[in-house]
Ligand binder design. Structure first.
Ligand code: HGY
Ligand code: MN
Ligand code: MN
Length: 411
């Protein structure tokens, strides 16, 4: 077997990324949503890879594929990431973390080395939250914190999460069995592309995450009066879409005014009765608000709610604002950060520390055990975009650093 140098590891990772990246619900863009046929196909592929790497493979009621390497003692190191994607996704966000875990465990399995702890590599299927409004369902189940009320959530076709689990061949009654017993998980670590420009700007292939940004998701609905685009005088309109447009710009302007402390994004707008010759009577938009400071985020949310109330009042629009997600900033464990810093140095890098603006399964797993993330440089910081790319050289260094981290890990 070829020595697992970073170059060899990187080439293997690239081939696996491309293979998994071809598993999609649609022919011309990458889309893999939770408990979909594409998720099933991806889970089958990952299962095969884990078996080929010499791991014992299992799957829980939410479709998380778990590849286990036996070790001494009862404690386990968990390594994971997600195999679901956003719409028109890149191939690296999520999958590289699973592939890095498999390649690292293969190194120990083929060496026949019995570590003083077991290791599981976990392929989660619900990090992006594209199909259901809740997210991190699969990692929450592993952490023993699954929110059973989300079973009633329905997707765009009206299929509830409970039905989707059953259609996937699982039983919602088995969800509790997915949880790790208290005290079993020594730590959860993830290897993930940075999805931002810092490592590339600092010319570093790898970095250590110190915290995962907190998130607030709002659903903002404006209620106006549908009308004929040709006959209603401008001054008599109650145009919900014009109100929504003001709200979108208010979010952007207020976030810019925080000088980087808070970011706000309206990525989805829904106009149920959209037509080019109709004044929109009903418009709903999602607002994604994030910050490394919980106080700054919550303060921003209150200010934005004041802004949209003023817009609605001035335009005589009805308004409803509901919070669909509120997640505090997740600190990464200092000992894990030190472990990754030592591993980066061991592979010739400079251990840069940086915050993650992106969310990760680590936020859910932090309810179970200490968590940490190793970042990998990605070209132009581009992500959630088919142009997403990490080089084989950087991916190989990341796997080599993960192996070093495992060798130095104390459960
Ligand atoms: O939105 C996020 O940060 C993650 O990609 N789900
Ligand atoms: Mn993502
Ligand atoms: Mn991700």
């Amino acid at each position: 077997m070829a020595e697992l140098t970073p170059a060899v590891l990187g080439d293997r990772a690239e081939r696996m990324i491309n293979t998994l990246g071809s598993v999609s619900a649609e022919p011309y863009r990458l889309l893999r949503t939770f408990l979909s046929p594409a998720h099933r196909e991806a889970a089958n592929l990952v299962t095969q890879w884990m078996q080929d790497a010499g791991l014992t493979v299992s799957e829980d009621a939410l479709g998380t594929v778990r590849g286990s390497l036996a070790g001494a003692g009862t404690r386990r190191l968990l390594i994971g990431s997600h195999i679901d994607t956003v719409v028109e996704a890149g191939m690296f966000d999520g999958p590289f973390g699973v592939i890095a875990g498999i390649l690292a465990l293969e190194h120990f399995a083929t060496a026949g080395r019995k570590l003083p702890f077991g290791i599981d590599v976990l392929a989660f299927g619900d990090e992006e939250g594209v199909r259901y409004s809740a997210t991190l369902a699969s990692s929450s189940a592993c952490a023993g914190k699954f929110d059973f009320s989300t079973l009633e959530l329905v997707d765009a076709e009206g299929v509830s999460l409970a039905e989707a689990i059953t259609l996937y061949g699982k039983d919602p009654a088995d969800i509790p069995a997915a949880a790790y017993a208290a005290g079993t998980a020594a730590a959860y670590v993830e290897v993930h592309i940075e999805q931002g420009p810092v490592l590339e700007y600092r010319n570093q292939p790898l970095g250590v995450v110190n915290s995962i940004a907190g998130q607030t998701y709002l659903n903002v609905e404006f209620l106006g009066e549908a009308g004929h685009a040709g006959t209603v005088p401008m001054l008599l309109r109650r145009d919900a879409l014009a109100g929504a447009a003001e709200a979108i710009l208010a979010a952007e302007r207020s976030a810019r005014d925080t000088k980087g402390e808070v970011v706000a994004t309206v990525g989805h707008i829904n106009i149920p009765a959209a037509a080019s010759n109709v004044i929109a009577g009903n418009v709903a938009l999602t607002v994604d608000i994030r910050s490394g400071s919980d106080a700054a985020r919550l303060n921003f949310v209150e200010g934005f709610k004041t802004d949209v109330r003023a817009i609605a009042e001035r335009r005589h629009l009805g308004l409803s604002v509901t919070t669909t997600r509120n997640v505090a900033t997740t600190p990464c464990d200092p000992a894990i950060q030190d472990g990754f810093a030592a591993a980066i140095k061991a592979v010739g890098g400079e251990p840069l520390k940086l915050a993650s603006g992106a969310g990760h399964d680590g936020t859910a797993m932090a309810k179970l055990c200490p968590v940490g993330i190793l970042f990998v440089r990605c070209r132009g910081g581009i992500s959630h975009n088919p142009a997403e790319y990490a080089s084989p050289a950087d991916m190989g260094l990341a796997v080599a650093a993960l192996i070093k981290f495992i060798e130095g890990f104390k459960p």
